[in-house]
Design a binder for this molecule. Sequence first.
Ligand code: SF4
Ligand code: SF4
Length: 256
Amino acid sequence: MKTQKDFPEGMQPLGKKEKFTFRCHKDIDCYMVCCKKVDMFLFPYDILRLKTCLNISSQEFMENYSQVVQGQSHPYFPAVMLRLADDEQKACPFLMEDGCGVYADRPSSCRTYPLERGVDRSPEKGMCNEFYFMTDNDYCHGHKETKEFTIKKWTRDQRLDDYNMMNDLWAEVDTVFSSNPWAGEGSGGSKQQVAFTVCYDIDNFRLMVAKHSLLDRFVIPKNQKRRIKDSDTELLKFGFEWLKYFLGKPSSLSPK
Ligand code: SF4
Ligand code: SF4
């Protein structure tokens, strides 16, 4: 995701009803080119979906498929990138002989491509405006195809709604992180470690929730508690709200 201030000079977002042509398919001569040498940030929901698809723990995912780097848009919280093969090809680890091995759970940026999505992060105004703009990579010949899309049609086609919703919640939390809320602890302090666990290690966050009876400390309806217990996605949503509370910021959670 980009924020408005990150717009490359001269690039204009696509209009809501603007049409573009694109098609990616197995017979195209650039097939799988884009799955190599790709700099890809992974957001918390991407990691949750991938670790579930691979049937491994979030900790195993982080150890085997990610690298932690300096924050994407600010220096106060680390970002996570996909770790590529350590060879000449630098292929995505999920690239199989005949295509993507995690297609149904591929990360947000793979789904959104050839578009890029940005959000206007103004939580204080209670709003989150989205905008999209078109990438322009010479190696990608999908642009020469004739199938027409609008943004709405593309997001439906790529099943982006859940990803966009979760990424917007993440963007709100990352905006809190960008205000350096670590109370002098600095990077790697205990609060930031807790935040990292919530965002990137959902299985250990689940253990933490059970150990500290976190769900019992807030006014949460019974059916929502059950959903949080049953679903990693619901747990991550709770985690985002809990982090805001934990860091002394406005949160939808009410303590008992
Ligand atoms: S996750 Fe799939 S689509 Fe995305 S880069 Fe890897 S192989 Fe390609
Ligand atoms: S380079 Fe473009 S058209 Fe080719 S496989 Fe990747 S997304 Fe599809």
